[in-house]
Design a protein around this ligand. Sequence first.
Ligand code: ZN
Length: 160
Amino acid sequence: MMLDETIPHATAPNAQQGPRSAWAALKRGLRGRCPACGEGRILRSYLTVNCSCSLCGEEFYHHRADDFPPYITIFVVGHILGALMFAVDDVWPDLPIAFHYVTWPLLCILLSLWLLPIFKGGLIAYQWALRMHGFETAHAAPAASECLDQPKAIPQQSAA
Ligand SMILES: [Zn+2]
């Protein structure tokens, strides 16, 4: 797969044509931004996905993130904390046990809560870039029932 910095179809109405850069989409998604325009938000609350981008109208409800963001979060947090615990115990072997009882669970919770929405945004953007699930035919498919109550973005039209 080629990873370049360009996304030539930055506006939603023509989003079905042209290649999509997985790397650029991933970077936008990890920042919680729309993979198509890079400005709108993927998530409308902590983990709730917007049905579509509020700026360009790119549809997000096709995503199938499912359990993968928590899986990645557990994998990453586990490796970070595992390494830190061994390193801290190696450097300061005489730390009180109370330090370990408080520090590692707290760090685990905070790190997980911080990383989970980041990984979810990144995964959805990656699925969008690869045209997985319904992302290939995003504008031809009917909206999911939970998205029908949300107003769709109105494409900008010229005044003339
Ligand atoms: Zn957008």
